[in-house]
Design a protein around this ligand. Structure first.
Ligand SMILES: Nc1nc2c(ncn2[C@@H]2O[C@H](COP(=O)(O)OP(=O)(O)O)[C@@H](O)[C@H]2O)c(=O)[nH]1
Ligand SMILES: [Mg+2]
Ligand SMILES: [Zn+2]
Length: 316
């Protein structure tokens, strides 16, 4: 038996990638009943799919599988390995839909300039990564347009929070090896505003595949409604990049106010220490979060970022 990863899943047919080769696979008939989804003890949303109907959610892009080769380039999937994570979104008629399994790295790309980095937007992506239990990697691209000092200064506060910041330049081939290394053996998604160089970075790591077109994603038509399919792109240097429009517009998904607090790592030590149990950390007296802001243990800017996100979350 071979082991591989599902790159594409279309109407019961799976493209499985194993050691630089792809196989068109079907699923063993009685496999559906045996699927046993488990997940790591990370901050990620718990996998409870065992109680959900499997009919539409048997296997997804990113699942690791064992399969037998039945003829050159084709096989039958015999076993699905436990899922480490499950990235879901509301699908058709609001039904929860697995978009990518085993996604574990969120590459958040911003440019040092052109366009100037919007740190409020960066905070949103980081909060979403925290909520999904994804490891974030901040890429500060177009480093060639600013000095090293300016790049460091702009992203310093994130490093202080413990996030990894990787300066890159596609133009000067800077940091690309480090990015390749960070992606190895991982299932990653690239997010960030348009024009920051996401496609350029992917093309630089994957010459030969023009990702400018892949950026749009693609659509399959099934009956009356339209679904947008996800796929994984294998990188020659190792690792897979998830390509789906739904991921690119990543936002906080069904996030409660309480959950949002935990998505700001510097808040965690102060949570539960406010005078009121239902403190919104806004105008209430005896607020531990506001005290931490006054004592400069939480930055004023990140605090205001939290309030802006909290207002949005509670409005939903
Ligand atoms: N100066 C500079 N320009 C870059 C760099 N990376 C990408 N660009 C340019 O930025 C523009 C947007 O890049 P693109 O990859 O399409 O961004 P995307 O929208 O995030 O996919 C293009 O004109 C690129 O040539 C870089 O490292 N330095
Ligand atoms: Mg692009
Ligand atoms: Zn408070």
């Amino acid at each position: 038996m071979k082991e591989g990863i599902v790159l594409q899943a279309v109407s019961g047919l799976y493209t499985v990638h194993a050691r630089d080769q792809v196989y068109d696979c079907t699923l063993r008939g009685n496999l559906k009943k045996e699927l046993n989804y488990t997940t790591s003890a990370s901050f990620a949303r718990r996998v409870t799919s065992a109680r959900r109907p499997f009919a539409r959610d048997v296997l997804s892009v990113g699942d690791r599988v064992r399969f037998v080769v039945t003829k050159p380039g084709a096989g039958v999937i015999e076993e699905v390995l436990p899922r480490r994570s499950r990235f879901v979104r509301a699908g058709f008629r609001g039904r929860e839909q697995t978009i990518v399994s085993n996604l574990d790295l969120l590459v958040i790309v911003f440019a040092c300039a052109e366009p100037n980095p919007d740190l409020w937007k960066l905070d949103r992506f980081l909060a979403a990564a925290e909520q999904e239990g994804l490891e974030p990697l901040i890429v500060a691209n177009k480093r060639d347009l600013v000095s090293e000092e300016q790049q460091r200064e702009t992203f310093r506060e994130y490093e202080a929070l413990g996030y990894r910041v990787l300066p890159t330049s596609v133009r000067e081939s800077l940091g690309l090896d480090a990015l390749r290394d960070a992606l190895k053996e991982r299932v990653a998604a690239f997010v960030g505003p348009s024009g920051v160089g996401k496609s350029s970075l992917l093309n630089a790591m994957h010459p030969g595949l023009n990702l400018a077109t892949a950026d749009i994603g693609y659509t399959t038509y099934k009956g009356r409604h339209t679904t947008t399919a996800a796929r994984l792109i294998p990188l020659p240097s190792g690792g897979w990049v998830a390509d789906t429009p739904g991921l690119r517009q990543l936002e906080l998904f069904e996030c409660s106010r309480e959950e949002l607090e935990g998505c700001f790592p510097e808040f965690r030590a102060h949570i539960g220490r406010c005078k009121f149990d239902d403190c919104r950390h806004d105008t209430e007296p005896g607020c531990a979060i506001k005290r931490a802001v006054e004592e400069q243990r939480i930055s004023e800017r990140r605090y205001r970022s939290f309030l802006a996100l909290a207002a949005e979350v509670s409005r939903r």
